[in-house]
Unconditional design. Structure first.
Length: 154
């Protein structure tokens, strides 16, 4: 009876395939911090696993860029654009006409928010991003991470 080794082999292959499909080398952390009367900062931190890089909002290629989309909320006004802070790396390749901006390890994104009225509310949105592996130069498909953060008026 030789079926158990074949079955075991199939299970191992399935396990390896599942693991490859579930790669998630970026961990996101969302927080809100009060800055003043009706002024808040949405603080978004991306922690990137070693060997991977996350593209900037100004990646140099719109398909690779990190994008924040906020759900409209009548109590909230976004002040300016999302700012990013980290050790920005740039790849320039004149032969391929590439100019790409990305981050390793960690990048912080900050969105200033002004409350239009007193009250509790929730800021919701989605961050879309692409992450690539330096070892084999492969990128994962675009990931979309929804977020929802309560703002408690005090």
């Amino acid at each position: 009876m030789k079926k158990p080794p074949l079955l075991l082999f199939m299970l191992i292959l399935l396990s390896m395939y599942s693991h490859a499909q579930l790669q998630n080398p970026v961990k996101w952390n969302f927080a809100i911090k009060k800055q003043g009367e009706k002024i808040y900062e949405l603080q978004i931190k991306a922690s990137i696993e070693p060997g991977w890089h996350l593209y900037s909002q100004n990646a140099g290629d719109d398909l690779m860029a990190t994008v924040f989309t906020f759900t409209p909320n009548p109590l909230i006004k976004l002040e300016g654009k999302v700012k990013e802070s980290g050790d920005l790396k740039t790849l320039n390749d004149p032969k391929l006409r590439l100019h790409l901006n990305y981050y390793y390890e960690q990048v912080d994104f900050i969105q200033k928010i002004r409350m239009k009225a007193n009250g509790n509310t929730v800021i919701k949105g989605i961050v879309s991003y692409v992450v690539c592996n330096d070892k084999d130069e492969k990128c994962l498909t675009t990931k979309k991470i929804p977020f929802s953060i309560a703002i408690a008026a005090k």
